[in-house]
Design a protein around this ligand. Sequence first.
Ligand code: HEM
Length: 296
Amino acid sequence: MNAPSTMTSAVRPATAAERAARAEANGGEPTLEFAERTPYDAYVHAGTLHTLQQTLSKDPGEMSFLMISQVMELYFGLVRFELRETQRLLGEDDVYGALAPLRRCALHLDGLNAAWQTLRWMTPADFNKFRNLLGEGSGFQSAMYRHLEFLLGLKTASLVRPFKRQDDVYHDLLASLNGPSLWDDVIALLARQGHDIPAELLTRDFAEEHEAHPAVEAAWVAVYAEDTPGNLLRQLGEALTEVAERFDVWRHKHLMAVARTMGAKVGSGGSNGYAWLQRSMARTVFPELWSARTHM
Ligand code: HEM
């Protein structure tokens, strides 16, 4: 995501004084002449982005399906970026700092969820117009979505298998699977901040899905019991709750989109569709953050 490319070299930094001088020279109008391609394109790669909408059919409805999938992929990447940034800051015990990427993450998830809005027109008849051409292609094969699940603590080792033939993707995903999730990092933070967390939770095999633990639940009950403005852990708990809830909203809206466009038919990715997704959704993100509320 951060890799500089030769294309970004056309973006030249400018100072406030240079901007002011240019605006004055332009008489208030935007600049219209550039020696090379526009700095906007050099930065956003808009030209490249707009070459990626390669539909498989002539059905005009397919364009929204493809582009919304691409928009969601980009959001998945952005959410992953924020989750990793949160992990980095928590690793440095910077709880206040970690609130910022978590806040951004929740807002990005709002944007991601709003994208479902533009697929609401699609009936089964509309979907059927191009569905066969997708073959075995399914969002289930989104490596970036799987990163999100792993980072959020939903770990299913077998789900890296589809990517075995894509070296970089596979190894990157394995690293997310085998490394601590954000939830593991939060639990380690709770331990460092004096909460009574059993050692086995800190040294466990992170590729295994974390099972809700009473000690973590008790720690959150204690954190929330302290109702003071300086209680950063409580603010962290709420920020994580915002993320977990919005991620669930994505899963729910996806399930509704599936119900609307294909009912209980089998999926293109080989699963039994709605029923499989419902099972997948049953896994809870940050489980003790929810269960602790019963004891507050
Ligand atoms: C309304 C159109 C859609 C339908 C009918 C649909 C259908 C399905 C089905 C049936 C599955 C289960 C796996 C399988 O294919 O057998 C699935 C999984 C998935 N789809 Fe969609 N999908 C739709 C739109 C999207 C879009 C726009 C995205 C965004 C990229 C997406 C992302 C995913 C992901 C990430 C999974 C895996 C979920 C999990 O592991 O729990 N889907 N989809």
